[in-house]
Design a protein around this ligand. Structure first.
Ligand SMILES: [Zn+2]
Length: 227
């Protein structure tokens, strides 16, 4: 059979209820004559100011009408794309496009519902979307203080203590300037997360090297965000 919007919609609703506890919001279905893929889940990504994907939106399920397939195979194509949808919708991390998370869900569905979903012959969402989710970044909120003698030091702030430290650091140290940065550079993992006002020594070389890819932030004591 050749896919129709009605068929894809019915299949989506049926397996959403059966395999995904009905959690997937209904999605626009687009038929295409593409001969290069059977199905494709397209979506956009939102990033926070660290550049890390925080959520996905604007989902579209594309199904090709360029193939004549047995109904069951066509259903498996739709379910395959629904697994991509589930992972992106929940913002789950995976090790690759069809990584450990994808395969775990796929195998569960195959076993439980006697399906034959595979990771072959399907169009894939953009590599980079998934690759980003596979790495666990630590987000660092940095305060770089300049002492009255010109030396600089660093505080890697606990995210819940930023505004407290903003207030307290100048009370505990003689500092002439405080600058704020956001960074995911693993270099900053070595500093303790400060809950209390404490400034750590850092060389100017290290500082300038590791601030290069950071995001300058503006802190006013109540909010913090990109400059
Ligand atoms: Zn796929």
């Amino acid at each position: 059979m050749i896919a129709t919007v009605q068929f894809v919609r019915t299949t989506f609703d049926r397996f959403n209820a059966l395999c995904f506890e009905g959690v997937l919001p209904s999605v626009p279905i687009v038929l295409t004559k593409a001969g290069t893929f059977l199905g494709k889940m397209e979506y956009k990504s939102r990033r926070d100011f660290f550049g890390i994907i925080s959520s996905h939106y604007d989902f579209r399920l594309k199904i090709s009408t360029g193939f004549d397939l047995p109904q069951e195979e066509l259903e498996d194509v739709v379910i395959h794309e629904m697994i991509h949808y589930y992972i992106a919708y929940r913002n789950l991390s995976d090790t690759s496009v069809h990584g450990e998370t994808f395969r775990r869900i796929m195998e569960t569905v195959n076993q439980k519902y006697d399906r034959h979903i595979t990771v072959r012959h399907h169009g894939d969402p953009k590599q980079n979307l998934v690759r980003d989710g596979s790495v666990q970044y630590r987000k660092h909120y940095l305060c770089v203080s300049t002492f009255s003698n010109g030396n600089r030091g660093i505080t890697v702030c606990a995210s819940t203590k930023i505004f407290e430290l903003y207030r307290l650091l100048p009370k505990y140290y003689r500092i002439s300037k405080m600058e704020w940065y956001g960074s995911i550079d693993p270099f900053f993992n070595r500093f303790p997360r400060a809950n209390t006002p404490k400034i750590y020594k850092i060389t100017e070389e290290e500082l300038s090297e590791h601030l290069r890819d950071s995001i300058p932030l503006k802190c006013d004591g109540h909010t913090i965000g990109p400059v």
